[in-house]
Design a protein around this ligand. Structure first.
Ligand SMILES: NC(=O)c1ccc[n+]([C@@H]2O[C@H](COP(=O)([O-])OP(=O)(O)OC[C@H]3O[C@@H](n4cnc5c(N)ncnc54)[C@H](O)[C@@H]3O)[C@@H](O)[C@H]2O)c1
Length: 365
């Protein structure tokens, strides 16, 4: 924090709808900070992403990375553009570089349904989901990014990496999160999601999970295979509390979680390490709706709320935690009053969603 009590936030809007959802998020966070008082936010915007790479040859300029490293927190819109690729055919993804560079091992992806969402599943219990997928975000199959090999157009290989150095703090983070949720009425359980029946790397993942579970006996520790977890997320998702899993599995399961919430525009996330954290929606740059005013900024706004709470907890600033809480309250109130973005078949665009959340925020007493 700077001397005048402003949290310094590096802003990376990125590509496509990343820009469209960032401005509403900043407006809502500033309004919440003014509302609660006692702290402020100083935003510092940098260009990075696939289109920056196309135009300049650099996806994540050193100046942006240095600013991100020094900031109190990082807000990111979305990065990537399907037509812009490296020579090996993979996409430009500086959001992944940031996770690796800053050691952001804990990808926190809450699955919490908002009021009045259309029923995705028939069971009424699916209308009130509240669980969290923690996606390990610095290794797993993604450790092979940029290092995969294709031999003579005949055979390709990518390698899974699981390390004790990352898994121990990852699992401790999962147990700590389950503990704080338990204090607010959640069941107090962590499920390790793996494929330990087939892969040595994931049997090792489970072994380290069991070691950390033995140090956190106030929290129930469970195991599930990833394929069965996909089934359970559809058949009985209301039974989950905290899930912790490998990078690629978490990538896939968190999109399934977004589907349970109504779509990508409802799914917030945080990538948290020991020193830094990036807050961004789970969604990408959505080229199919870019420029039409249809992007749902809810996930970005809720990611901003997670940022305020993380900053408040980290710096012992209760007012920032409260500001995060009222942002979430305002989002709930706006949806409770009938807000319906295009994404779920309504007619509310980016501006209408933002206005509804701002008005709800102004009414919170
Ligand atoms: N973290 C990230 O920055 C991230 C994540 C995923 C994909 N990507 C990149 O984004 C680009 C597009 O990828 P994709 O199409 O697979 O995924 P996507 O998340 O951009 O879009 C998937 C679908 O969800 C919809 N959608 C996404 N966000 C929405 C929102 N806020 N409001 C309403 N609808 C929304 C899109 O219209 C699309 O139909 C690719 O270049 C990909 O690599 C980036």
């Amino acid at each position: 924090m700077s001397a005048n009590d402003a949290f310094r936030i590096t802003v990376l809007p990125g590509d496509g709808i990343g820009h469209e959802v960032m401005a509403p998020c900043i407006a809502v966070l500033e309004a919440a900070a003014r509302r609660i008082g006692g702290f402020s936010l100083r935003f510092d915007e940098h260009q990075a992403g696939a289109l920056a790479y196309r135009d300049t040859g650099v996806a994540l300029p050193k100046s942006a990375l240095d600013a991100a490293r020094r900031a109190d927190a990082i807000l990111l819109g979305a990065m990537g553009w399907p037509e812009v690729r490296y020579p090996d055919g993979t996409e430009i993804g500086p959001q992944l570089d940031l996770r690796f560079e800053l050691g952001l091992y804990a990808g926190v992806r809450p699955v919490r349904t908002l009021p009045n969402m259309p029923a995705v599943l028939a069971d009424p219990r699916a209308r009130q989901l509240d669980f969290v997928v923690i996606r390990e975000s610095t290794e797993g199959l993604f450790a092979s990014r940029g290092k995969g090999v294709v031999e003579e157009d005949r055979e390709a290989r990518d390698t899974m990496v699981i390390t004790r150095k990352v898994c121990e703090p990852l699992f401790d983070f999962a147990f700590a999160l389950a503990r704080s949720r338990k204090a607010r009425g959640a069941p107090g359980a962590v499920t390790c999601v793996d494929k330990a029946n087939v892969f040595a790397s994931l049997a090792f993942f489970r072994k380290i999970f069991d070691e950390r579970a033995a140090l956190n006996t106030d929290i129930r520790a469970e195991h599930a295979y990833v394929d069965a977890t996909a089934l359970y997320m559809v058949r009985r998702p209301w039974e989950f509390d905290v899930l912790v899993t490998e990078n690629m599995f978490g990538d896939i399961l968190s999109d399934l979680g977004a589907g349970l919430m109504g779509g990508m525009g409802f799914a917030p996330s945080a990538d948290i390490g020991d020193e830094n954290a990036v807050f961004q929606p789970c969604h990408g740059s959505a080229p199919d709706i870019f420029g039409q005013g249809k992007a749902n900024p809810t996930a970005m706004i809720l990611s901003g709320a997670m940022m305020l709470e993380w900053l408040g907890e980290r710096h012992g600033r209760e007012e920032a935690v409260r500001a995060g809480g009222i942002v979430r309250e305002a989002v709930d109130a706006a949806y409770g009053a009938g807000l319906k973005p295009y994404e779920i078949g309504g007619g509310d665009g980016t501006g209408a969603v933002t206005d509804a959340v701002m008005q709800a925020l102004a009414r919170i007493g």
